[in-house]
Design a binder for this molecule. Structure first.
Ligand SMILES: [Zn+2]
Length: 130
């Protein structure tokens, strides 16, 4: 199933084409020195991760949608049923968005890359270690 393949790639930091090579250099999004470092291309199949200059500007739209979904779910799941005051909710949301920023950054780039690259089970791996 196509959605299952995309989810595998996004959630496991794997190349959308071969599902073997990593997209980001480190798997931990909270390694704050290197969480944003991406390979230029897949170490396994050679698929380029930087399609053109400014390719990842589109990932900002995905990031906006992820944060919007977070806002809606916390509003409906916390603010409305618990009836907390608005200032506490806004401060909590601000902190939550900052804390989740490395995760959101990586997820949005992985989703954006998966929009343009499809899974190819026949993709050859040129790196025997992966
Ligand atoms: Zn690959």
């Amino acid at each position: 199933m196509k959605l299952k393949e995309k989810l595998f790639s996004v959630l496991n930091n794997k190349c959308p084409k071969c599902h073997k090579g990593p997209v980001f250099e480190v798997n931990n999004p909270y390694n704050l020195k290197r969480f944003d470092k991406m390979h230029k291309s897949c170490p396994c199949c050679g698929e380029t991760y930087h399609k053109e200059p400014g390719f990842y500007y589109g990932a900002m739209i995905v990031s906006y949608m992820l944060n919007g979904a977070l806002f809606i779910f916390t509003f409906l799941g916390i603010y409305v049923p618990m009836e907390i005051d608005a200032i506490s909710y806004i401060v909590t949301m601000g902190l939550l968005i900052v804390i989740l920023a490395p995760l959101t950054f990586r997820l949005s780039r992985l989703v954006w890359l998966n929009v343009f690259v499809g899974f190819d089970p026949a993709a050859k791996c040129f790196n025997p270690e992966l």
